[in-house]
Ligand binder design. Structure first.
Ligand SMILES: *Cc1c(COP(=O)(O)O)cnc(C)c1O
Length: 411
């Protein structure tokens, strides 16, 4: 059994002090980063719903500013409910620290801005999250920060794209919707040699399936809106990494103000406790669904990292302990025929997002890329007959029977 640390309310010191490498993600999801008890002997973390914090006297104020006393000061700089999300994420990602934000995009943009300056160069895998790409290619560009987009999972292209002024490489694994997985161990190695920082958006993988820091990635970012929160009821984002880097990002949060609300923090903290259970179930369902769909005559092509047919299957097997809850496939159909299939599914709901308890289905041509023409979509690899299925925690056999029945009904 892990040893228990003495209670330290002010620093919210993690309960578990023996080598955390020995402790499973399942146990850390429940206990990681939590003190042994809370005020009033409550078992569960309270929601500290306050905008500011009072000082007993001027002496305490001075002690705080001189760094002799650790405590909260003002809501934008910190909150105990938010701090607990950060401690739990740091425990799960095996990093020194983490910082939470009001959304995934607040986490992504604040992190990038903390690491670059005018004249810097940023490298981005071309299939990164669309808004991250938009931020780098349109907004950063305005401030004299240049960028190079490199083909999905292409590590050789990364090597070739690094310049003396390159500060940051942004990767994602798995990506949306084709779930490419660059060899992030190699990415980390190449970048360390060139003194370039690495950022991985690990939203699709979750710390249950993959811990990028173990492979030398500097900063891990999550949209907590997805698997971490897990219930499609809260927006949030988290950044995890070494203390020095996370401090830079947290300082910027104090300036930009995209801080996580205490109540939202509570929901995310609560959500993470069942993260391992949910993700293990979602991994299993997605694997079974992918194997079934791969055999279905109406499915033209399928992308799931757990299938031997996926181009990055070997990388996924080496780096990850699970292949995630998203299955992407093309039907033997056109835009309207594919819509008829989506509409014929009775269990999944039509909605953007993923990672919650409810299964969600979407046709990327109509959801994320609606404003583009068919030709423009095909140029970026999004066909009209493409479907993204993000599995929830419903019964595996029922989900598969439902999707197969919808395929057969709309043939
Ligand atoms: C959803 C998502 C984001 C953005 O997160 P929000 O919480 O919606 O701001 C960033 N990256 C990935 C991979 C996502 O799926």
């Amino acid at each position: 059994m892990p040893e228990l640390a003495p209670l330290d309310r002010l620093s919210y010191a993690p309960v578990l002090v023996s080598d955390e490498d020995d402790i499973s993600q399942k146990t850390l999801a429940v206990h990681g980063g939590e003190p042994r008890t809370y005020p009033y002997d409550a078992l569960v973390a309270p929601i500290t719903q306050t905008a500011t914090y009072s000082f007993a006297d001027t002496a305490e104020l001075i002690a705080y500013f001189e760094g002799r006393k650790q405590r909260e000061e003002y809501g934008r700089y910190g909150n105990p409910s938010v701090r607990l999300v950060e401690e739990k994420l740091a425990a799960l990602e095996r990093t020194e620290d983490a910082a939470a934000f009001a959304s995934g995009m607040a986490a992504v943009t604040s992190t990038i801005l903390a690491l670059v300056k005018s004249g810097s160069h940023v490298i981005l895998f071309a299939d990164c999250y669309r808004r991250t790409r938009q931020f780098v290619t349109t907004y950063l560009d305005r401030f004299g920060i240049s960028n190079t987009l490199i083909p999905p999972a292409d590590v050789e292209a990364l090597r070739a794209a690094i310049r003396p002024e390159t500060r940051l490489v942004i990767a994602e694994a798995p990506t949306n919707p084709y779930q490419t997985i660059p060899d992030l161990e190699q990415v980390a190695e190449i970048c360390r040699e060139k003194k370039v920082k690495t950022l991985v958006d690990s939203t699709f993988a979750t710390p249950v399936n993959f811990q990028p820091a173990k492979y030398g990635i500097d900063i891990v970012v999550h949209s907590a809106t997805k698997y971490l929160g897990g219930h499609n009821d809260v927006l949030g984002g988290v950044v995890a990494g070494k203390t020095g880097l996370v401090s830079l990002v947290r300082d910027l949060r104090s300036v930009f103000g995209a801080c996580l609300d205490p109540h939202a923090a509570y929901l995310i903290h609560r959500g993470i406790k069942t993260l391992a259970l949910r993700v293990e179930q979602q991994n299993a369902t997605a694997q079974a669904m992918a194997e079934r769909l791969e055999q279905h005559p109406r499915v033209r092509q399928i992308w799931y990292p757990g299938l031997a047919s996926h181009p990055n299957h070997e990388t996924a097997k080496r780096l990850m302990s699970g292949f995630g809850g998203v299955v992407t496939f093309e039907l033997d159909s056109d835009l309207d025929g594919t819509s008829r299939f989506v509409d014929a599914c009775r269990i999944p709901r039509i909605a953007p997002s993923l990672g919650g308890v409810e299964s969600l289905i979407e046709q990327p041509a109509l959801m994320s890329y609606f404003e583009l023409s068919t030709e423009e979509r095909e140029a970026i690899g999004i066909k009209n007959n493409l479907v993204r299925y993000a599995v929830g925690i419903e019964d595996t056999d029922e989900l598969i029977a439902d999707v197969v029945a919808a395929l057969d009904r709309t043939a």
